[in-house]
Design a protein around this ligand. Structure first.
Ligand code: PEP
Ligand code: MG
Length: 591
């Protein structure tokens, strides 16, 4: 039966495919694809674990004290029967051989399907056998965990419900091929999970939680695949293998579509592709407004290798390299100076001489480093030890990053950007750490290069005291994602308040406008690197406010360039002033 689920549109386009539902088992389970030549050994691994559990239960039965209640023996019989069920074994084999799921994923997928069948049974006794099946599966999973697949070392897991993966964020194997496009459905995905999809195994994704500028949504946009987050019941209502349409423009998910609906969305999908193809013609067109104002369009990247996509999209540099993605999901084994240096060099080399803005580590809140920092560890993560606060609390780690950046700067233009500064004391401590890092390199006799220094303006306090930032820094970058979050007191990752997360709120616009004006007046560079920079409905307003540098996901650059080419900044300035004075700016933006 066809039905629709509404969520938040976070990444544009239409995806049509079969659902891969990441089951939320009570046990933590790794999810990854295996290679076709690993199918037999993976099936064997599942079989071995199952046999081990059978042996275990038989031993328990044999050793059972004579006076043990009879029900216990009967229960073990039920468990043994479930374990030896051929249909279950067959289904698990199929998930492994046909979908290339790892054994744990195959097992939990089948558990989910059978659980639903149990739920639908009329007979109460049979319905209750679901719990037995869950217990049996958990026993098998526990066995597998004890004898983890050696494959887990080469293929990174896709972790359940928002926890970061246990390996160091390598890519899912590229050689996974399925005839049908797949879309991923999960309760939640961590930003680190999302990074694994860069290999484009999935045509789109749906999560039950998350806000428009949650980091998970940001990574989806950077990958340029259709996505809907905050589709609350998605992981309960969508079943394994259901046909699903993701409308990333409207934030709607259509499950089990009729042929007519499918034809309509296939048409829309083709239209989007044509529009993208058309935009590629603008790649080498200089980014100038109609009245000749030069506008710098930069890329936001998460991985050093993203530079290639940035160059392809016509970016003239990287305006934000979110380095925290190098640090995520590594179980505390953080990258050292050498590894970071190589990563930053790779980013510079990829940008072919164009400037790269490297932002120091911004972890915390909805970007946990790994499972060691569960989401609820801090009382209020968005207001807690995050970004520069984290770095200043761990100066050894901070200076390791600073040294790596300084060394990379000997090989290309690097701008160094610090996130979430608010206090003058934080600025001074940060600069002292930088001097110390330079000194450490001097002592070691290691070469390093000059860097321009920048501050992110993403806390209202920083925006309101922007002039003092201008005394210390060469450039500013406005992080509108956090600026909106902190100005409006809206958790950017919380879908229940997503409707109040408003980039057009007069207070937000006023702060953005003041920062741009102050930087322009001081002759310092200023850019916007939050999602607002890639939002086409905001381009003309930002140009009118005097912004000449925008940093966004590579996928958005050409569409923004088209807006720039059509804009006349001399006419936009007085209009922007009116918008700023309005009590309802959103109405004035309507086309
Ligand atoms: C921002 O806050 O706008 C920003 C660009 O940084 P991040 O999204 O990584 O917090
Ligand atoms: Mg931020």
């Amino acid at each position: 039966m066809t039905f629709a689920i509404h969520g938040l549109a976070v990444s544009r386009g239409v995806a049509i495919g079969r659902a891969v539902v990441v089951a939320s088992s009570r046990m933590e389970v790794v999810h990854y694809f295996i290679r076709p030549d690993q199918v037999e050994s993976e099936i064997q691994r599942a079989r071995t674990a199952r046999n081990a559990v059978i042996d275990e239960l038989r031993r328990l039965q044999e050793e059972m004290p004579k006076d043990a209640p009879g029900e216990l023996d009967a229960l073990l019989d039920v468990h043994l029967m479930l374990l030896q069920d051929q249909a279950l074994a067959e289904a698990i084999r199929n998930w492994i051989s046909e979908r290339l799921y790892n054994a744990e994923w195959a097992l939990t997928t089948q558990l989910e399907i059978v659980s639903r069948q149990f739920d639908e049974m009329d007979d109460e006794y049979l319905r209750e056998r679901k719990a037995d099946l869950e217990q049996v599966v958990e026993r098998i999973l526990r066995h597998m965990k004890g004898a983890a697949s050696p494959l887990a070392q080469v293929a990174p897991p896709l972790s359940p419900t928002g926890a970061a993966p246990a390996t160091d964020g390598q890519q899912l194997p590229l050689d996974v091929t399925t005839e049908t496009p797949l879309v991923l459905v999960a309760q939640d995905l961590s930003p680190a999970d999302m990074l694994q999809f860069k290999s484009k195994v999935f045509a789109g994704f749906i999560t039950a939680v998350g806000g428009k500028t949650s980091h998970t949504a940001i990574v989806a946009r950077s990958m340029d695949i259709p996505a809907v987050v905050g589709a609350r019941a998605a992981s309960q209502l969508i079943r394994q293998d259901d046909w699903v349409i993701i409308d990333g423009n409207e934030g709607v998910v259509i499950v089990d579509p009729t042929p007519i609906i499918l034809a309509e969305y296939s048409f829309r999908q083709r239209q989007t592709e044509l529009e993208r193809e058309r935009l590629t013609r603008l790649r080498y067109t200089p980014s100038l407004t109609m009245d000749g104002q030069k506008v710098e369009l930069l890329a936001n990247i998460e991985q050093p290798s993203d530079g290639a996509a940035a160059v392809r999209a016509g970016a003239v540099g990287v305006g934000l390299f979110r380095t925290e993605f190098l640090f995520m999901g590594r179980s505390g084994n953080l990258p050292g100076e050498e590894e970071q240096y190589r990563a930053y060099r790779e980013a510079i080399d990829g940008m072919q001489g164009m400037p790269v803005t490297i932002r120091t580590l911004d972890v915390g809140a909805d970007k946990p480093l790994d499972k060691a920092q569960p989401k609820d560890y801090y009382l209020n993560p968005a207001l807690g030890l995050r970004a520069i606060r984290w770095s200043l609390a761990d100066p050894v780690m901070f200076r390791t990053q600073l040294r790596a950046v300084l060394r990379a700067a000997a090989h290309g233009q690097i701008k160094l950007l610090f996130p979430m500064l608010a206090h003058r004391s934080e600025i001074e401590q940060t600069l002292a750490q930088l001097r110390q890092a330079q000194h450490e390199l001097d002592v070691r006799g290691v070469a390093y290069g000059p860097v321009k220094l920048g501050a992110m303006i993403e806390i209202p306090a920083a925006a309101l005291t922007v002039r003092s930032f201008l005394q210390y820094f060469d450039f500013l970058s406005i992080g509108t994602n956090d600026l909106i979050q902190y100005t409006l007191a809206i958790d950017r990752a919380d879908e229940t308040v997503a409707h109040l997360y408003d980039p057009m709120h007069p207070a937000v616009l006023r702060l953005v406008a003041e920062v741009i004006a102050a930087a322009n007046a001081a002759g310092k560079e200023v850019s916007v690197c939050g999602e607002m920079a890639g939002d086409l409905s905001m381009t003309r307003l930002l140009l009118g406010l005097g912004l000449r540098s925008f940093s966004m996901h590579p996928a958005q650059i050409l569409a923004v360039k088209q807006e720039v080419l059509r804009a006349d900044s001399s006419k936009l300035a007085p209009w922007a002033a009116e918008v700023l004075g309005s009590e309802c700016p959103a109405q004035m933006l309507a086309p």
